[in-house]
Design a protein around this ligand. Sequence first.
Ligand SMILES: Nc1ncnc2c1ncn2[C@@H]1O[C@H](COP(=O)(O)OP(=O)(O)OP(=O)(O)O)[C@@H](O)[C@H]1O
Ligand SMILES: [Mg+2]
Length: 307
Amino acid sequence: MDPILVFATSDKGGTGRSVTSCNIAYQLSLRGHDVAYVDFDFGSPTAGALFDIGHAQRGIAEGTGVHSYLLDQIGEPVRLNIARSTDRVDLRRVPAGSGKLMLFPGDEGGAEFAGCDEAMVGRGIALLSALLGEFGVVIVDLSAGRSVALEIALRVTAAEQLRDYSHRWLVFHRWTRQHVLAAGGLVHGPHGLLKTGSEWGHDRDALLGSTRCVRTAVASEQPPAAERPEQVKWLNAQAKALAALAAANGLGTPMLLGKTPIEPMLQWREQLIMDVDVTTKLANPATVDAYMRLAQKLTDKTTWDIE
Ligand SMILES: Nc1ncnc2c1ncn2[C@@H]1O[C@H](COP(=O)(O)OP(=O)(O)OP(=O)(O)O)[C@@H](O)[C@H]1O
Ligand SMILES: [Mg+2]
């Protein structure tokens, strides 16, 4: 498989973008892919917490992470082999046939950038092209909204050095009215992905063809028991209305990569959901299934019209 570059975006914060992306990354590594997870959530570089890496929970030591690298203060950002750095014992045991899973954390105390210049974009190009030479899948978790992180990502992928690589854009949102409207705006609206991408030299249709959304923590459409038929009727009507709203905002079924169900463990704690969580009956099997399916679709060429 040719290497692929995946950007995890969302309009709002708290959408499930990071938790879902890190679980997809983990599932891909279990399927034998070498995966890099790069934290471009500049204002809140907490990816280390998702992988239970105690010393990088809020980012890596000042002056060694992705922030410092992009500012040209260091030659290479720190990389953490997740199986070797995690405090989670089960995660340290890597099943045979797995690929490597590496985290590139931001700097602890690193902040959002006020803007990006050519030099920063150049650093981004150098980093991501080097990673694409080494890893099968590179997942970049971007800051929420129309951020500098998104601008860097769009400029980097429009550059000649990266043009020939497959890049995919995942837009994460909750399955609610406000989130659907916001995510639709991020893709199709002014200063959104397509508009800004075209301004930086992307072909609009190709960019649209490489964009999909992921609906996270979706509530069941089959509410329990008919002892409250009013509620059942209302919930079903909302489900229909949401589907119509998504379609009207350009996020209908053809744009859908997949969805994740509400997972009780994740309502309490951001983490990887491992098979052991299912066998010990802590996590719902449907959650791992959803992450597996997302990982599969992400790497399945037939999912992506344009390639
Ligand atoms: N399927 C799920 N079921 C229940 N809770 C979930 C699910 N997916 C994610 N969550 C929870 O939702 C919250 C937000 O998730 P996450 O931190 O991944 O979002 P985010 O979009 O990356 O947020 P931020 O913008 O702050 O980086 C977390 O507490 C997470 O555990
Ligand atoms: Mg996040």
